[in-house]
Design a protein around this ligand. Structure first.
Ligand code: NAP
Length: 246
């Protein structure tokens, strides 16, 4: 499967799952526009891993004006966009009683608002993509199961599933397919932060395949969904979770 001639925008591509997606799409021939926000060093390292097919762009997905400006720059530099992967995300951990307004607002603004802002900015470009446009939203198992201590994050991820199905209906006739990939427990900075060895062992017991997932496991699902073989797949949620939720 070749993605030669395609331009993919991957948000949050400096680390973890987004980085693996950028590497996997570039390995199949796509030009990859790699977004990040804070971590210059990780972004430079990820861009080096992607090689000459990758280009970095820094913006906050939660800032709609910055997103619009970034997509204007992408069109002017790359000519168009064929694939958008809404991956940028932040984990916000707070029990509901102790949650601050800022916890709620940030979780929604980045995880859900970010996907909304980027999709709205990219849609016209995706409609004009030869062979059809593709949107992949990186959701989460907790959007379906809930997660004690992660209400705002779980709400944002559940919201992504609603947006996935809505956009799939709204833009099918314009040649754009929209799907979500819903990862379970994947080894990245996000899951390494603040997780005790005991809690990690407990989580492992709930995964039938008996291991934590890798960013490459998730990237492989994205590669499938942007491939020609997935042309008749839209509005779906592909779970990549080792059987954690069936
Ligand atoms: N890891 C898991 O187990 C898991 C499970 C389910 C779903 N997910 C989802 O998968 C996605 C990737 O997670 P991950 O584990 O790879 O996380 P990660 O290692 O923490 O990486 C997060 C990425 O998002 C970027 N980012 C954060 N806020 C941003 C913003 N406002 N604007 C632009 N970029 C921003 C970060 O950029 P900087 O480097 O510049 O900070 C980084 O590239 C997220 O949506 C997450 O919710 C992860």
């Amino acid at each position: 499967m070749s993605l030669q001639g395609k331009v993919a925008v991957v948000t949050g591509a400096s680390r973890g799952i987004g980085r693996a997606i950028a590497v996997a799409l570039a390995a199949r021939g796509a030009r990859v526009v790699m977004n990040y926000l804070h971590n210059e060093e990780a972004a430079a390292e990820a861009a080096a891993a992607v090689g000459s097919a990758g280009v970095l762009i820094r913006f906050d997905v939660a800032d709609s004006e910055a997103v619009n400006q970034a997509f204007r720059q992408i069109v002017s530099n790359e000519g168009g966009v064929h694939i958008l992967v809404n991956n940028a995300g932040v984990a916000v951990n707070a029990l509901t009683l102790g949650a601050k307004d800022a916890d709620w607002q940030r979780a929604l603004a980045v995880n859900l608002g970010g996907a909304f802002n980027c999709t709205r900015a990219a849609l016209r470009l995706l409609m004009h993509a030869p062979g059809g446009g593709r949107i992949i939203n990186i959701a989460s198992v907790v959007g379906e199961t809930g997660s004690a201590g992660q209400g705002p994050y779980a709400a944002a991820k559940a919201g992504m599933l609603g947006l996935t199905k809505t956009w799939a209906r709204e833009y099918a006739s314009r040649g754009v397919t929209v799907n979500a990939v819903s990862p379970g427990f994947i080894e990245t900075d996000m899951t390494r932060a603040g997780l005790s060895p005991e809690r990690r062992a407990e989580i492992l017991k709930t995964i039938p395949l008996g291991r934590v997932g890798t960013p490459e496991d998730v990237a492989a699902a994205v590669v499938y969904l942007v491939s020609p073989g997935a042309a008749y797949v839209t509005g779906q949620v592909l779970r990549v979770n080792g059987g954690l939720l069936m």
